[in-house]
Design a protein around this ligand. Sequence first.
Ligand SMILES: [Cu+2]
Length: 257
Amino acid sequence: MKFIIVMVVALSYVLGTGLSFFPVFGHASPVTYDPAPNTVLDSSKSLPNEVKITFTERPELRASNIKVLNSDNERIDSNDLKTIDSDKTISTAIDKSKITPGVYTVDWSVLSKDDGHITKGSYVFTVKDKNISQVINQQANPSTNGSIGYVENYTTPDSIVLNLNIMPYRVGQNNFTVNIDHENGTAVENIRNVFLEFSNPERNLGPIAESMEKTKVGEFFKSGSFISQEGNWQIKVIVQRINDYDINHTFEISIKN
Ligand SMILES: [Cu+2]
């Protein structure tokens, strides 16, 4: 049940594309993905033969797209978009000969036959090898230290301090921590949800929308390979407060491999 609520919240966020967090009915919005977002696969053998996304409305094939990109921004799909199962599901085949351990980005864009609106988004999955799985296990532990990472603050006009920490701060698996405090250092209590939204406009990736998990009052955490390629990324932090305005701030970061 908790998972369903998280999915509904995440979906309503994707649907609203940041303008509103109320669920929007209409537009072709993703319902299910295969492989699922943030999946870590043991090897290319466990990868399905195609990437498949089911939407709430019927995609117009000629104006829709699924691209599967490696961390060098090269397409590893067969560029053969087709409708399958029902006319709300589209898929593209994966060229498995091009799969090596690493992070892959699925970038989709869909024109709805039903209401003529365009929606787009991205998500990531990881193909690991033994070495990568060790690294992931180390990095999944927030107490792992030894690198400086990324730390940046933003203070809102109403004196709320938003702190973003990224560890280890590179392409691939990172730990993201957001702290929301008053200027005197006390944690902000009236927080309903915190979302991260990753975009790389130069490479036309994103938005990758993720819901964060609360670790304590005023602190939220998420781990994942959302920074899937090097380059300039925008990380938008969205803080929904109870009985107060949402806080939005975009951090501009630059990642080198
Ligand atoms: Cu629409």
